[in-house]
Write a protein that binds this ligand. Structure first.
Ligand code: C2E
Ligand code: CA
Ligand code: CA
Length: 543
């Protein structure tokens, strides 16, 4: 049987009243017993014996007994009255407290459900609520035959911010990022924080693919203004992956997973944005599995280096090779770096990986030197290494253990990799440069604020990004950028390398523009170690 709270309270009150009535009844009995004893004693006292007659006589003649006679009735009446009052008050008190408890419980429940569905740092919905909202949006869209766009945004290099500036500043940055992101979206859109540095968006009725791209750019652009943390200004970039309901998936899980695949593609293409396509999925083996396997792969020597030649444009002669890592994966075959470097960068494995690349390539190049092949080696260095104060000492150790001349080593770094904590990176770069190691700016032209830092960095070389070089013969603005960059580099006293040179005509055009060094498929694709000796023999200069 179901009893409501007020019924329960009424039952409790009547229980209390019954209990109290019992007590007042006992009181009345005691009163009566006292009257009887007092009357017997009084009769005995006055007539010298105990009898019904002396009892009645005492009752009739003793006024004190009359007063005493009233006591049981007073007891009964007073007991009844007080018990009713107390039980009523107790009932009222219970009601009050129950109500208070109820309000409190409701507030706690509300708080708990808010905490379970919101991120405590930013106050934004969390992953659970996001999925809920996405499911609702899917339901609505299904009925109206509409589309939804789902975007995942990941802040680039956030790990470096956390590692160098501490979690406190990392949190502050995330908070500021969340504010900016919340400001660019429409009321009807949902934004959530679904991971440490990952945000997700549900955008109902997004329009066509081009308007999604426009929107993604707008979201990305909202982060381009530097952020300020204490005395630091921080530049932040993000990678955005997008999917469309129902085109890329019909349920929340599939959509999120594919948006994640697209986001990783955005990190790889360096454009900061990608829309999901099936081909991306084929090329993106499960990241979590890969992450675990990569650690093992480094230890088990499953990584291999291919070396891509760099030649002087004037003589066509080989002057250096760039070490480019690949992963000889048991299941997926030879995997290109774009498929695992971003994972390594996010997990901190990139430091072990870079060490492996440095060790292997220095050892290899030292062997070439011993064989009389005096070429330089270029190694790609990730931003995390440039924040590690022990990195310069490790390099000193490596150079001496292979007896390798520092001047034959070039470290290729990118502008964006030093933007995270420029002062600290600059200090470490300077220490390594003081040992005689060269620095080269890779992917030049794709980052921002190039010139300000370029002036302060001890670099000897810039590499014009292949995205400008490859099409420079057909794209006039690319050609202009290439030409201007070569001039800029020379004015600053730097060597200029063009990468991504795929044909003779481009080679010649760059030579005419006085570009110093050429790298690209036209000269040679990256070569596996087994074939490099043959290349050395055949290279008498690109004619
Ligand atoms: P990157 O440093 O810009 O390397 C040049 C990339 O362009 C290489 O791709 C190379 O194979 C490719 N390439 C060379 N010539 C041509 C050409 O003529 N046309 C075209 N379309 N592409 C050309 P790869 O080896 O797949 O490397 C991709 C990126 O992965 C590298 O870009 C670099 O950022 C990263 N990476 C490679 N090895 C390492 C490494 O050991 N450590 C780190 N941190 N990153 C690495
Ligand atoms: Ca490079
Ligand atoms: Ca490059």
């Amino acid at each position: 049987m179901v009893t409501t709270t007020s019924q329960a309270i009424a039952q409790n009150a009547s229980l209390l009243t019954n209990n109290a009535s019992k007590q007042s009844f006992i009181g009345a009995i005691i009163g009566i017993v006292a009257v009887v004893i007092a009357t017997i004693l009084s009769g005995h006292f006055e007539n010298g014996k105990i009898s019904w007659a002396s009892f009645m006589f005492a009752q009739k003649t003793n006024p004190v007994l009359w007063l005493l006679d009233a006591v049981p009735f007073l007891f009964a009446f007073w007991g009844q009255h007080v018990s009713a009052m107390i039980s009523y008050e107790a009932g009222a008190m219970v009601i009050d407290q129950t109500q208070e408890l109820r309000t409190h419980a409701a507030a706690l429940e509300k708080k708990a459900s808010h905490e379970a569905t919101h991120d405590s740092l930013t106050g934004l919905p969390n992953r659970t609520l996001f999925i809920d909202r996405l499911e609702q949006a899917i339901y609505t869209a299904k009925r109206g035959d509409e589309k939804i766009a789902v975007l995942i945004l990941d802040v680039d290099h956030f790990k470096e911010v956390n590692d160098t500036l501490g979690h406190y500043n990392g949190d502050r940055l995330i908070k500021q990022v969340s504010l900016r992101l919340s400001n660019v979206i429409r009321e009807s859109d949902t934004i959530a924080r679904i991971g440490g540095d990952e945000f997700a968006f549900v955008l109902p009725k997004p329009g066509g693919l081009s308007s999604i791209e426009r929107l993604a750019k707008k979201i990305g652009k909202s982060l381009t203004q530097p952020f300020s943390l204490e005395n630091l200004t921080l530049e932040v970039q993000a990678s955005i992956g997008a999917v469309l309901y129902p085109d890329h998936g019909k349920d929340a899980d599939t959509l999120l997973q594919r948006a994640d695949v697209a986001m990783y593609a955005a990190k790889q293409n360096k454009l900061g944005f990608a829309i999901y396509t099936e081909s991306l999925d084929k090329h993106s083996p499960h990241r979590l599995t890969l992450m675990g396997e990569l650690r093992e792969a480094i230890r088990q020597n499953e990584l291999v280096l291919h070396y891509q030649p760099k030649v002087r444009s004037k003589s066509g002669r080989l002057c250096a090779v760039e070490a480019l890592v690949r992963w000889q994966h048991k299941k997926h075959g030879l995997m290109p770096p774009n498929e695992f470097i971003p994972i390594a960068e996010r997990t901190g494995l990139i430091q072990d990986l870079t060490m492996w690349v440095l060790r292997t390539s220095l050892k290899q190049c030292a062997e070439w030197h011993n064989e009389g092949q005096h070429i330089d080696i270029a190694v790609n260095i990730s931003s995390l290494c440039l924040l590690d104060p022990e990195f310069p000492d490790i390099i000193t150790g490596l150079l001496s253990s292979y007896d390798f001349p520092a001047k034959a080593l070039t470290m290729e770094i990118t502008e964006t990799s030093i933007m995270v904590a420029p002062e600290r990176s600059l200090e470490i770069i300077n220490r390594i440069h003081d040992m005689g190691v060269n620095f080269s700016i890779d992917d030049f032209g794709t980052g921002y604020s190039s010139l300000a830092y370029l002036k302060r960095l001890p670099v000897g070389e810039i590499k014009i990004d292949k995205s400008f070089v490859t099409d420079m013969l057909t794209n006039e603005s690319d050609a202009t950028i290439v030409k201007a960059t070569i001039q800029l580099g020379h004015n600053l006293g730097l060597q200029v390398v063009a990468e991504g040179v795929e044909n003779r005509k481009t080679f010649d055009a760059l030579k005419a523009m006085q570009c110093d060094i050429i790298q690209g498929y036209y000269v040679s694709r990256p070569i596996p170690p087994s074939d490099i000796a043959a290349f050395f023999k055949s290279n008498v200069g690109v004619k």
